[in-house]
Write a new protein. Structure first.
Length: 428
C-alpha cells in the first residue's frame, strides 16, 4: 500500500494529540483511504520539553525550513498558530515547494488565505483548513461538497466555545462574568490570554472564511465586531425575564449583492434552536437554495475535536484529490462590495442606568421618537436606594444607524449613570 509522508510543525496540546492519534490509528485510516499516513518528521519550539509520549530521535527536525525543502515530505501540518511570523513563512514555503498543507490556523487563513490559495492552485497542491473553523463541526467540507449545489444566502451561528460557555454558565449558574472566566481557564475552555475569544476577533476570522466559501468571493476584511466583556448578570436576568437568551453570534449574508459581516452579542428567543446550544458547543446554520435551513453542531474546540477535523483533511489528501482551497479557481472568485451594519434594521434591547428623578423617562422617550425609534416594551427597575433606576427598552425594528444616534445622544445626558447598552435582537 502506498505511503504518504507527513511532517507536523507545532507540538503543543493539539499537535501532540494529533501525533498520537495518527500513530495509533494508522491502520484504520489506511483501510478507508488505501494510503498509509506516515509521520516522518516533527518540529517544535522546545524539543526537550517533557512529554507523555516518546518520539524517535530520527523524527525530530531541527528547523521547519529543513522540512519544506525535504523531497520526501508530502504533507505539512501547521499547528504553530498566529496570522504571521513562523506560521505564515512555513505555509508559504511548503506550498512553493509543492507540499500539501493542512492547518488549524483561522487567523492565518482569514488574513492571508487569498494569497495562500493562489500559490496552492499554481503549484497544484491542497491547502486544507477544516480545523480552522469550529473544530469538530465539519462546516468547511459541508459547504465545499455536501452543499455544493446550493446558492447560499446566509451563514450564522455560535462559532466560539469559550464565549458560549461563559454566557451559558452565567445564565444557568447565576455567576458573574469574571468568576465564570476564571473557571473556564481552570477547565481549559479558555486560554490564559482569552482576549480574541472575548472581543469577538476569533469569531470574525471564522465568519470571513465562511463568507468566502459560501459566496465564492475573496476574503472580505470589512466586518463589524463586538465582544461579550460588557455583558453582566443584569443583562442575563433581563433577557431571561423577556423570554430571551444572550449568545455571541457571527453572521454573514448577501443582501442586494452586498456582503454584510457582523459579530456581536445577540438576544434570541428562548424557544429557538440556537438558544439551546450551551457550554463549549458550536452550531452553524446555513440558509441556501434548494436545501433551506441546514444546521450542524458539535464540539467547537479542544484537541479531540480539532484532531477530528485535521484527520478529515489529511484523509482527503490521502485519497489523492487536488481541489481548489476555496471551492473554485481564484480566477473565478469575486470581490464583493461591503454593506455596513448601520444600513440594517434590528429590534434591540436597550438598557439605561439613570438617576431616578422627575422628567427622565419623558426625555428618554422623546429622544427615541426624535430618531424614529419606536418603543415596543419598557420596564423600569428602581434600585433599592430609589435614587437610581434601570430602564430596559425593547424597540421595534429600526435602522441601526438611528439606534446608534439615539444612544449617542442619551450617553451625554447628565442623568445617565453608566454608558447606555444596546444588544441587537435576532428573530430567526
Amino acid at each position: 500500500m502506498k505511503k504518504i509522508n507527513i511532517a507536523i510543525v507545532g507540538l503543543g496540546t493539539i499537535g501532540s494529540y494529533f501525533y498520537n492519534f495518527i500513530s495509533k490509528n494508522k491502520d484504520a485510516i489506511s483501510k478507508k483511504t488505501n494510503v498509509i499516513p506516515n509521520i516522518i518528521y516533527v518540529c517544535a519550539r522546545n524539543p526537550k520539553k517533557k512529554r507523555l509520549f516518546k518520539i524517535p530521535k530520527k523524527k525530530w527536525a531541527k528547523k521547519y525550513t529543513d522540512i519544506v525543502k525535504d523531497k520526501n515530505v508530502d504533507v505539512v501540518v501547521e499547528l504553530i498558530g498566529g496570522s504571521d511570523g513562523a506560521a505564515k513563512d512555513l505555509v508559504i514555503k511548503a506550498l512553493l515547494n509543492k507540499k500539501h498543507v493542512v492547518t488549524a490556523n483561522k487567523a492565518l487563513i482569514a488574513k492571508h488565505g487569498d494569497k495562500l490559495s493562489k500559490i496552492a492552485e499554481e503549484k497544484k497542491v491542497n491547502l486544507e483548513y477544516e480545523a480552522a473553523v469550529c473544530g469538530g463541526v465539519p462546516i468547511i467540507r459541508s459547504i465545499k461538497e455536501g452543499l455544493i449545489a446550493n446558492k447560499i444566502q446566509k451563514v450564522y451561528g455560535i462559532f466560539n466555545g469559550t464565549s458560549n460557555y461563559i454566557l451559558s454558565s452565567m445564565d444557568q449558574n447565576k455567576l458573574q462574568f469574571k468568576n465564570v472566566l476564571i473557571k473556564a481557564q481552570r477547565l481549559g475552555y479558555a486560554e490564559n490570554n482569552p482576549e480574541s475569544d472575548l472581543n469577538g476577533e476569533d469569531v470574525a476570522s471564522k465568519v470571513q472564511i465562511l463568507s468566502s466559501l459560501s459566496f465564492n468571493s475573496f476574503i472580505n476584511k470589512n466586518i463589524h465586531i463586538e465582544g461579550i466583556k460588557n455583558i453582566d448578570m443584569d443583562d442575563i436576568s433581563n433577557a431571561d425575564k423577556l423570554g430571551y437568551k444572550i449568545k455571541l453570534l457571527g453572521f454573514s449574508e448577501l443582501i442586494n449583492n452586498k456582503i454584510y459581516q457582523r459579530v456581536h452579542p445577540t438576544l434570541i428567543n428562548k424557544s429557538s434552536y440556537i438558544a439551546s446550544i450551551n457550554g463549549v458547543l458550536n452550531a452553524v446554520i446555513v440558509n441556501g437554495l434548494p436545501v433551506g435551513k441546514s444546521v450542524i453542531q458539535g464540539e467547537g474546540a479542544g484537541p479531540s475535536a480539532t484532531t477530528s477535523a485535521l484527520i478529515s483533511d489529511v484523509s482527503s489528501i490521502l485519497r489523492g484529490n487536488i481541489k481548489y482551497p476555496f471551492v473554485i479557481s481564484n480566477k473565478k472568485r469575486k470581490k464583493l462590495h461591503s454593506g455596513n451594519i448601520s444600513k440594517l434594521s434590528f429590534s434591540a434591547y436597550v438598557r439605561l442606568d439613570v438617576k431616578d428623578k422627575h422628567g427622565v423617562l419623558s426625555n428618554i422617550t422623546k429622544t427615541f421618537s426624535r430618531f424614529k425609534v419606536s418603543i415596543k416594551r419598557l420596564i423600569q427597575n428602581p434600585a433599592k436606594s430609589k435614587k437610581n433606576s434601570s430602564i430596559v427598552i425593547i424597540t421595534h425594528r429600526a435602522l441601526d444607524l438611528n439606534l446608534q444616534k439615539t444612544l449617542k445622544i442619551l450617553s451625554k445626558k447628565n442623568y445617565m449613570i453608566k454608558k447606555p447598552k444596546l444588544i441587537r435582537i435576532e428573530n430567526n
